[in-house]
Design a binder for this molecule. Structure first.
Ligand code: C5P
Length: 206
């Protein structure tokens, strides 16, 4: 069984994906980490973000087992990830890895931007998780402050909007709901309510 979860940054899709995987006994892959890991390797070695051949080579050697969001969470890494995510050859390589992960029994929950549309169009259930940009920026700001990182609501909001715009307007695999995705708007929900709603959708579909 494969569950596809897509949506913009700070929509809550990552937390939902992790909790759904635990609930249904499935493996979990946060596909944003694959783009972040490649971006981090390019940045760490002072390599240009537009060099597709190098990015593909790094992607070929990625170890999905050692990627850790706490190490790859930096704002610059997210920005760089979103820039390299427009490279078609890199996407092809990462999608190959992500698909292979998804198809190992008993199946998996994958979250990202193009899971329902490109990576796993055959998923048993597809969720597109959204929330108003202000609600997402508020959550992201609170999360950063709780982690002891400086954060300013207005600039977090501006960053989120810029990244959404780039992710939704690129020509290869833009972020958009699959035609058969269930939309889950979490603007007015806390994580518990969103999780319950997601469990209900998955249970009804499987
Ligand atoms: O979700 P996260 O913020 O970690 O993703 C970082 C960037 O990676 C996104 O802004 C997006 O450009 C890219 N990404 C993507 N496709 C995915 C997951 C992430 O293009 N499936």
């Amino acid at each position: 069984m494969i569950i596809a979860i897509d949506g913009p940054a700070a929509s809550g899709k990552g937390t939902l994906a992790r909790r759904l995987a635990a609930h249904f006994g499935l493996r979990h892959l946060d596909t944003g980490l694959t783009y972040r890991a490649v971006a981090a390797a390019l940045l760490a070695n002072g390599l240009p973000l537009g060099d597709e051949a190098v990015a593909v080579e790094i992607a070929r050697h990625l170890d999905l087992g050692v990627m850790d969001r706490s190490v790859l969470s930096a704002h610059e890494i997210g920005e760089a990830a979103s820039r390299i995510a427009v490279l078609p050859g890199l996407r092809e390589e990462l999608v190959r890895l992500q698909r292979a992960f998804a198809h190992i029994p008993p199946g998996a929950v994958l979250d990202g931007r193009d899971i329902g549309t490109v990576v796993c169009p055959d998923a048993a259930v597809k969720l597109f998780v959204t929330a108003a940009a202000e609600a997402r920026a508020r959550r992201r700001t609170d999360e950063m402050l709780a982690n002891g990182t400086e954060a300013d609501f207005a600039s977090v909001l501006e960053d989120l909007r810029r990244r959404d715009e780039r992710d939704a307007s690129r020509s290869v695999a833009p972020m958009k709901p699959a035609a058969d995705a269930h939309l889950l708007d979490t603007t007015e929900m806390d994580i518990e309510a969103a999780f319950q709603a997601a469990v209900d959708i998955v249970s009804a579909a499987c």
